[in-house]
Design a protein around this ligand. Structure first.
Ligand code: GLC
Length: 629
């Protein structure tokens, strides 16, 4: 083509066109960015482009506190989490959360290949880290309902509230089968009976959406109103000796597979996107280093195709003392089949150690590729590449009235009526709404933090009424009784006070204070003092309904005989109105124990079906009443 001193005008157009086309051609078509491509094709295209550093970055999950833009970009970080209580600011709004998550995401998207990061959080009874979120009953109460459809609705509501804050991944459900209530996490378990836990895995399609038929093992998340779920903690976390958290589950393979494994079958069948490994050991073998179970069983036999994530510093605890040989921890965990490591702060050490192990051929590249392919599959399936940035469109879902009504329904259905009337008189419940004067007493009557329990706003929970929004049981009673009824509140009244006031009846609310994980391990299972003495003083003077707020069955003797009525409300969460709904008979009691209520801790462990079974209240027990609504 003859070019004049200056390209003629028509030539100028041609040159411009060629430049434009070269520019577009220079952009190069990238299949992994094309949502019209099959997921497997997108994974292969992206994997072929990735360096070892970029692959290891995808396997690295760090805590939000260290997740700066530069760290995300420099280390190609694939995931970030909020640990318990780790929030953008105190009482953060949905908008505060979205802005924080988006800022971190921008760092991930600024990398060479622009792979979006996935942000995870413990939303285990609603979006429990978030101020003003709906706090649902903990799993121990939900198991009592035996209502899979209810739990699915709770999953859907939780997904909306988590997405309202810009987060697409929840470390839930815990599908532990707690076999000893001395375990500090027993309230995170739906039941001692694996069949109830299996039923409750219906929360997974609530959280993620309903998977396509015949998609066994394939992770599924149905878009921007759903979240990736996490079945945890694999496997046998609820079976440790004496319920000691993170310790050793000593049972044979048959018991492991028949008690602790069944809910994983259901979870995988329902398309769970991720599985978290347990801190505990099985017969002395750390689960975080157990290749036979993580790879051999979960991935190969159950054909799980999502990704396996470690617990918080879970790989550190492979060695004793923890972190005493971190390179070995990395080697053992990754070779066992862990795909993503919840580091969560010493990420440079993790990245450097893993890089060295691969370069020295201790860990084969094929293991790295398997891990990254699984992580990318979840990210592609859930649409994270198409929608990496959150928006404010769901902000009004956080703590919505609709969700609070759902939680209130769950509170009603999770309450168990264990006693109603003494031998010599009539049932006390339902309580009359119209009475001259009633007493509400007990350490847990007006304490939102107590009724929510652990994993609420803070990892260990928070006492008092300022932690978030909700309705205490005292407020619920006041909301329910006739306006003419005088309600007197005394946390721990003297017997003389009770005797001299001529109360029509009393409601006494006592129980456990909040705890999480190993901080809840207990060898005595007693309730917070002055719980027992309050019962004695009040019930000795007036007809009383005792409501127990606890994360598990607790020691109730010798007080049961003094009670006219006894209700187990577990950890009901923010919507205490549900307790009043059944106390005053608007709704009937329907709950049946999903755990054995022992007489004495000396009997433990004691589960339904055991040869020696002598409970105070047996598994499946609950008095049923009808409601007026
Ligand atoms: C905790 C828990 C686990 C939780 C994780 C992240 O230690 O064991 O259930 O998902 O760390 O907070």
């Amino acid at each position: 083509m003859a070019m004049g001193r200056f390209a003629e005008p028509k030539m100028g157009f041609v040159v411009l066109l060629l430049w434009f086309m070269s520019g577009v051609a220079g952009a190069e078509y990238m299949a992994y960015k094309d949502p019209k491509q099959e997921v497997d094709a997108r994974i292969k295209d992206l994997m072929d482009r990735m360096t070892l550093e970029e692959k290891i970055g995808q396997m690295t999950q760090i805590e939000r506190k260290v997740a700066t833009f530069d760290v995300m970009k420099q280390y190609f970080i694939g995931s970030v989490l909020s640990g318990g209580g780790s929030v953008p600011c105190p009482k953060a709004s949905a908008e505060d959360w979205v802005k924080m998550v988006n800022e971190i995401q921008k760092g991930a998207l600024s990398t060479r290949l622009g792979i979006p990061m996935i942000y995870g959080i413990d939303a285990i009874h609603g979006h429990n880290n978030a101020y003003n979120a709906t706090i649902f009953p903990h799993n121990i109460g939900l198991g009592v309902t035996r209502d899979a459809e209810l739990v699915k609705r709770i999953g859907a509501a939780t997904a909306l509230e988590v997405r309202a804050t810009g987060i697409p991944y929840a470390f839930a459900p815990c599908i532990a089968v707690c076999r000893d209530p001395r375990w500090g996490r027993c309230y995170e378990s739906y039941s001692e009976d694996h069949k109830i836990v299996q039923m409750m895995t219906e929360i997974i399609p609530g959280l993620q959406g309903d998977p396509p038929a015949n998609s066994m093992g394939v992770p599924f998340v149905a878009g921007k109103t759903k979240v990736a779920a996490c079945a945890k903690h694999f496997v046998g976390d609820g079976g440790t000796v004496k319920g000691i958290d993170e310790s050793n589950t000593v049972i044979d393979l048959n018991e492991l597979l028949s008690i602790h494994m069944p809910a994983y079958y259901d979870s995988i069948r329902k398309g769970v996107a991720t599985v978290m490994v347990s801190y505990s050991s099985w017969n002395g073998h750390k689960m975080h280093a157990n290749r036979d179970l993580v790879t051999g069983f979960l991935k190969d036999k159950l054909e799980f195709e999502g990704f396996v994530i470690s617990d918080w510093q879970g790989i550190d605890k492979i060695t004793d003392p923890p972190h005493s040989n971190y390179s070995y921890s990395v080697q053992a965990a990754v070779l066992a089949g862990i795909d993503m490591v919840m580091v969560p702060e010493n990420y440079t050490e993790f990245i450097n150690d893993l890089s060295s192990l691969v370069k020295n051929k201790v860990i084969p590249m094929s293991r790295i590729d398997d891990a990254v392919e699984r992580i990318l599959k979840v990210k592609f399936v859930m649409g994270l590449f198409e929608n990496p940035m959150a928006d404010f469109s769901l902000a009004n879902q956080l703590g919505s009235q609709e969700h609070r009504e759902l939680a209130r329904e769950a509170v009603r259905k999770s309450a168990v009526l264990l006693k109603n009337g003494k031998s010599d008189n009539q049932p006390l419940l339902p309580l009359p709404k119209k009475a001259a004067k009633i007493l509400v007493a007990g350490s847990h009557a007006h304490n939102l933090g107590y009724q929510c329990g652990g994993w609420t706003i803070q990892w260990q929970g928070v006492a008092g009424n300022d932690l978030t929004t909700g309705t205490t049981i005292l407020t619920a009673v006041k909301n329910t009784v006739d306006p003419s009824t005088q309600v007197v509140y005394e946390s721990d009244p003297d017997a003389s006070f009770v005797n001299s006031n001529n109360f029509s009846y009393a409601i006494v609310v006592v129980g456990e204070v909040p705890y999480a994980e190993m901080w809840g391990d207990s060898s005595n299972l007693t309730i917070k003092e002055p719980g027992g003495s309050t019962i004695g003083k009040v019930c000795g003077a007036v007809r009383c309904a005792v409501v127990v707020i606890s994360g598990r069955p607790v020691v109730l003797e010798p007080y049961v005989a003094e009670m006219d009525a006894l209700v187990a409300a577990w950890l009901p969460g923010s919507e205490g109105q549900g307790v009043a709904d059944v106390l005053f008979g608007d709704y009937g009691f329907s709950g049946k124990l999903a755990r054995t209520w022992f007489k004495s801790v000396d009997q433990l462990p004691m589960n339904v079906g055991d040869a020696h079974y002598d409970p105070l209240f047996p598994f499946g027990f609950g008095l049923i009443t009808s409601g007026s609504i």
